[in-house]
Write a protein that binds this ligand. Structure first.
Ligand SMILES: [Zn+2]
Ligand SMILES: [Zn+2]
Length: 447
């Protein structure tokens, strides 16, 4: 029986040396993925690269989870909780990015390629050091599709065909049960603001729901007989004003953001517009606040249609849940980060107004989603690039590997403490009911 009192610092140092020895490979892998971006649920090449690399390390690999997800497992020597190390496979459309795919415009302008380098860095180091024999529990390496909420036409088509139900990768994997045997999840995401610290954490992220809206009026000649028409653009104009007039009811602490755009405003100037389309996100800090603001948006949309006697069709997509970072996981990561980069190069903030489907996971399990630097430009723009491969690819792998030690060394007391302190906002079934309850199309007729 292995002794249960272990020197965690020694185990971490062993993993860090193993990662340093493989730093060239880890950076090379990250760079290769950066140069071959693919859109979500279609990351065929990326998934194959990850699967082959894991097989090369001796893992049995499962592929094709939620179309492109990849999973491998490492069993510890004693029973204990399961830690999921996550890497997102997808890129997003950024035409003009130097490595944008000429057909799809996909570009790794959110740095997800680095996450896959971290995943492989940790897997390789655990293997090279035969660390599993000294750990309790289990580690699951999980490359997940489709974090970016983009390419919605194609994804909706897939949903209608039944190849997926949800439009984000992690919700889809939860639905398929791929997270059922994972107790704690962690990953490190690129922080794409120039000058950001090498390692950092935002403790909370907003969630959002999306709406696609169609006002349906009656076409008529705009000069000869406008009185015979029902002007859908007038309905939309009133609805937008009504949405803006809700803003004084939003509380600062709920961090509500509603930012509608008109995606189709009419077909010809001499025809009364009969088909006008809007899209909007409704972002906020809590599920309740988002639902409250979304109900106000729905009311405002109906008001526009009612005033001119049009119809309005509101298609609601569930978007992503707010991310509430696990404090205990964050504390482990903070200590490891400071040991790696120094306290002066570590930063924390309470809030980030971006959204991620890691938020969905945080509703049902302890989630760690800090940030790494080494990038320039802003996320999602053509300027985004990774300029310091050691900081972007290698250091985060070390921080994650050290956090695995904190969680699973000895009898996995660290992971057990995290789980004992964690209060899930939703059960897994409750989460699926909630996300399905948010989804749907409603039509209101005032013609
Ligand atoms: Zn992104
Ligand atoms: Zn991202």
């Amino acid at each position: 029986m292995a002794p249960l009192t272990v020197d965690r610092a020694e185990l971490k140092a062993e993993l860090w040396s193993a990662i340093d020895r493989q730093a060239g490979d880890i950076e090379g892998f990250g760079r290769d993925i950066f140069e071959h971006p693919e859109l979500g649920f279609r990351e065929q090449r990326t998934a194959t690269q990850v699967a082959e690399a894991l097989r090369g390390l001796g893992f049995a690999v499962t592929e094709g989870l939620a179309l492109t997800g990849v999973r491998a497992e490492l069993q510890g020597a004693r029973p204990g909780p399961t830690i999921g190390i996550i890497g997102e496979l997808d890129a997003l459309p950024v035409p003009g990015h130097p490595f944008a795919d000429p057909v799809t415009s996909a570009a790794h302008a959110c740095g997800h390629n680095a996450q896959l380098a971290h995943l492989l860095g940790v897997a390789q180091a655990l293997r090279a050091t035969e660390m599993a024999g000294r750990l309790a529990g289990r580690i699951v390496f999980l490359a997940v599709p489709a974090e970016e909420y983009v390419d919605l036409e194609w994804r909706s088509q897939q949903a209608r065909r039944g190849t997926i139900e949800f439009l984000g990768g992690k919700p889809e994997l939860v639905r398929l049960g791929v997270f059922d045997d994972i107790d704690i999840a962690m990953m490190v995401h690129a922080s794409g603001n120039a000058g950001d610290e090498p390692l950092s954490i935002h403790w909370n992220y907003n969630g959002f729901i999306a709406k696609r809206v169609r006002f349906i009026g009656q076409a008529a000649h705009a000069g000869v007989a406008p009185f015979r028409g029902v002007n859908a653009l007038n309905a939309a104009t009133l609805a937008l004003s009504a949405i803006h007039l809700q803003r004084e009811t939003f509380r600062d602490e709920d961090r509500i953001r509603v930012h509608p755009i008109v995606t189709h405003g009419g077909s010809a100037v001499n025809v009364v517009p009969a088909d006008v389309r809007l899209e909007t996100f409704v972002r906020g800090a809590t599920i309740e606040a988002i639902a409250d603001a979304a109900a106000k948006v729905d009311r405002a949309l109906q008001a526009g249609a009612l005033a001119v006697g049009a119809d309005v069709e509101i298609d609601t997509l569930p978007g992503y849940f707010p991310l509430v970072m696990d404090r205990e996981l964050g504390a482990f990561f903070r200590a490891n980060a400071r040991a790696l980069v120094g306290a002066a190069n570590w930063a924390e903030s309470a809030v980030c107004n971006a959204c991620t489907d890691a938020g969905d996971l945080s509703q049902i399990m302890p989630m760690l989603h800090p940030n790494h630097g080494g990038c320039v430009g802003f996320n999602h723009t053509e300027d985004f690039a990774i300029v310091d491969p050691a900081t972007a690819y290698v250091t985060p792998a070390k921080a994650l590997a050290a956090t695995v030690i904190d969680l699973l060394a000895g009898a996995a007391e660290g992971a057990r403490d995290v789980l004992a302190a964690f209060k899930p906002a939703l059960t897994r079934d409750g989460y699926l009911r909630r996300i399905r309850g948010l989804t749907g199309t409603r039509r209101f007729s005032y013609r």
